[in-house]
Design a binder for this molecule. Structure first.
Ligand code: SD4
Length: 291
């Protein structure tokens, strides 16, 4: 089997995977690792599709979606959360401190504040300027890879061989007010089954939700597919739909199985996975469908 521990994440996020590996090497569990890894990107104001500095919706509001899932198959999620940078940590509190799985909007924010999270303005000058520029024409169209390396999904296996995953995003830039993507939807943006493996998605969330993408990838691994084969099959479900408009949007998956084998696949070029294993932290370009 591949050596443990290991961490993989969507896009080019070496600081985040380094943080997660540091947690694992200090004997921390996979859940702590994915939370702390994701927090690195949430706090990074330069990342314009997650946490602080995320691009707003069309009304200028930064609204966050995040979820987390542990080795017991428990999960927590927040949707349409405003003014709290570390959405992934709020999701973990929902999992651990409430009888619920999802909290939305104002209720999620009030809950976060009751747990000691400090509200702050998440719209940075740079993101505000980008939004103002967008407003001139105000055309909404998903742009392939606009997110490039920000929205983060992370999966880890710790020294005990246990798997956890997390996902956090400010969603699609200039979305309609109220829009929620795949990232906080368990089974779509993220799924973890400690017996089998885990998967996390990025890209146009609507297309991931319609195919329950991450659950699909894990179930395909359960049926014997490798993580790579499972990611490819889940992408083919999207592109082979009648009238699929896949040429105009991106979806990417990364997956890991219980043996520590990994895979990644996307519709279009330039999707990548960051992987930290055996002392090597590297960005791996993903293979893709549309050539
Ligand atoms: C969403 N899947 O809200 C997210 C966006 C994303 O890289 O992954 N961007 O649809």
């Amino acid at each position: 089997p591949a050596s443990l521990p290991l961490v993989i994440a969507t896009w080019h996020v070496m600081d985040a995977t380094a943080k997660a590996m540091e947690v694992l090497q200090a004997g921390g569990n996979a859940l702590d690792a994915v939370e702390q890894g994701c927090m690195v990107e949430e706090a990074n104001e330069k990342g314009q599709s997650v946490g602080k500095g995320g691009l707003p919706d069309r009304d200028g509001n930064v609204t966050l979606d995040a979820c987390i899932m542990n080795k017991h198959g428990n999960c927590g999620s927040v949707v349409y959360l405003q003014n709290i940078t570390h959405a992934v940590s709020v999701a973990r509190k929902v999992m651990e401190d409430t009888p619920h799985v999802m909290l939305a909007g104002e209720g999620a924010k009030q809950f976060a504040m009751s747990k000691g999270f400090q509200p702050e303005d998440l719209l940075t000058e740079a993101s505000k300027e980008a939004w103002e520029k967008w407003k001139v024409e105000a055309k909404y169209k998903p742009i392939i890879n606009i997110e490039n390396h920000d929205t983060i999904g992370m999966l880890a296996i710790d020294n005990n061989g246990d798997i956890s995953g997390a996902c956090t995003t400010s969603g699609l830039a200039y979305k309609l007010g109220g829009r929620v993507g795949d990232s906080p939807i368990i089974g779509s943006g993220l799924f973890v089954d400690n017996e089998i493996g885990a998967c996390v998605a990025t890209g146009l969330g609507e297309e991931v939700v319609k195919t329950v993408g991450s659950f699909l990838v894990v179930e395909l691994m359960r049926q014997g597919k490798s993580p790579q084969e499972a990611c490819e099959e889940a992408i083919s479900r999207i592109v082979n739909k009648p009238n699929s408009d896949y040429k105009n949007f991106q979806v990417g998956y990364i997956a890991v199985n219980k043996k520590g084998e990994t895979g990644s696949y996307a519709i279009h070029q330039w999707f990548s996975m960051t992987k930290f294993q055996n002392g090597v932290n590297e960005q791996i370009q993903s293979d893709y469908y549309h050539k």
